[in-house]
Design a protein around this ligand. Sequence first.
Ligand SMILES: Nc1nc2c(ncn2[C@@H]2O[C@H](COP(=O)(O)OP(=O)(O)OP(=O)(O)O)[C@@H](O)[C@H]2O)c(=O)[nH]1
Ligand SMILES: [Mg+2]
Length: 199
Amino acid sequence: MGLLTIIKKQKLKDKELRCLVLGLDNSGKSTVVDWALSTYKDKPRQPVTPTVGFQIHTLPYGGHNIQIWDIGGQSTLRPYWDNYFDKTDVLLWIIDIAAAARVGESVSELEVILRNRDRLGYSCRIIVLLNKKDLVDNPTEAIDAMKQRLDEILKLENIPVEVKATDALSGHGLEELMPTIVGRGKRFGGLESTSGPLG
Ligand SMILES: Nc1nc2c(ncn2[C@@H]2O[C@H](COP(=O)(O)OP(=O)(O)OP(=O)(O)O)[C@@H](O)[C@H]2O)c(=O)[nH]1
Ligand SMILES: [Mg+2]
């Protein structure tokens, strides 16, 4: 292989970005991915069904080739999650903010992952979406409470995290997702801005 070919291959590799989409079943992971594919790849939106196993999509954005790994969140599939951790650049954690009874379960699962951060890699960035905000009566209160809870956990670990409230059906709140994934543009609200305006 010629030197030029090696350099070209390396350049393409450098621009590859691996984004792992995780969270409990029914939280809206595939719907977020579907929104991204329809917004940036002109793919018609499709009805989602529970993900059994995983689905990989590629999305060129901002000079990067983003590999999106949409992983099923059912409890029977969670023991396999760590098979996907290797070389992850961005962990996109989706919480169904409207499912009050399951928020604790979601936070615990995230906590387990963050406590074993060596598996995920210390350079992996974390973005949390508080999804289904359209189904919450008092979104500001619910989202503030959630951010505080995440803050308590994540501060322990000293992990920078971006948090955003979203409605993946309409795409509201997702406008800055791709710029945030590639690490530029207006950033999502960090945890310190719990009382700031929320999308
Ligand atoms: N109202 C509302 N419904 C949503 C939103 N996001 C997703 N849904 C619905 O929630 C259901 C589950 O969405 P999925 O995207 O399949 O959830 P998932 O996290 O991929 O689930 P698994 O693949 O089983 O892990 C679907 O009926 C979606 O239409 C949202 O922001 N608002
Ligand atoms: Mg899914």
